[in-house]
Design a protein around this ligand. Structure first.
Ligand SMILES: CC(C)(COP(=O)(O)OP(=O)(O)OC[C@H]1O[C@@H](n2cnc3c(N)ncnc32)[C@H](O)[C@@H]1OP(=O)(O)O)[C@@H](O)C(=O)NCCC(=O)NCCS
Length: 173
């Protein structure tokens, strides 16, 4: 198999990223979410990762900066999502490469944790644990078990907190 390259999104990648999400999720909602987040304060192009295979974009994982509030205090973590891989290239480790690259990037940029709303069984293998166990909640009306957390810096979320996903996520849910 050709090597997979993971790199930050470039301005000319937007259409290819849309295609990845539309084909993987079977609808436009996640592609629209990415477009809305791109023009929000939460977005940093360096934290929007594409996976390339043979010069073609086959996966995308977006990390955005989100506040976690507790007792009148606020700090920021990264929220992973949307993330997807085109169906024709799934089960080849591309999703895993994107998550591992995202985790390295979070460390490099000094973020202590990554939160994700999604299939908990998938994220478990990368060290994500149920948010509930850490008293971490969020403002989206998703099933509580769908929220998982990776403390990139051990103990970073001890004491818990409330993750405030930005408006484009609220509009999607
Ligand atoms: C989930 C997704 C990103 C995984 O990408 P990938 O490149 O296939 O992932 P990897 O190859 O690194 O890992 C594959 C493993 O993930 C697991 N997996 C895939 N989808 C899963 C799911 N929905 N729930 C639990 N585990 C899942 C499988 O065990 C699979 O193992 P296998 O290859 O031995 O069958 C991809 O399948 C996808 O885009 N799905 C549709 C969109 C989506 O659900 N995105 C995530 C939202 S939380």
């Amino acid at each position: 198999m050709q090597p997979i390259t993971v790199r930050p999104e470039s301005p000319e990648d937007a259409r290819a990223i849309d295609v990845v999400h539309i084909s993987a999720f079977g609808g436009e909602a996640e592609a629209q979410l990415v477009s809305a987040l791109r023009v929000s304060n939460s977005y940093n192009r360096e934290l929007s990762l594409v996976a390339e295979l043979g010069g073609r974009i086959v996966g995308h994982a977006l990390l955005t900066r989100v506040p976690v509030r507790k007792g009148g205090q606020e700090r920021h973590v990264l929220a992973l999502g949307p993330m997807s891989v085109v169906p024709s290239q799934s089960h080849r480790g591309i999703g895993s490469e994107l998550i591992q690259a995202g985790t390295r990037l979070a460390k490099e940029k000094g973020y202590g944790s990554i939160v994700v709303l999604g299939h908990p069984e998938y994220y478990k293998r990368f060290g994500f644990v149920p948010a509930r166990g850490l008293q971490v909640t969020c403002n989206l009306p998703a099933p509580v078990e769908a929220l998982t957390v990776l403390e990139v810096e051990p103990g970073n979320l001890s004491g818990g907190g409330h993750v405030e996903y930005p408006e484009p996520f609220v509009a999607l849910y």
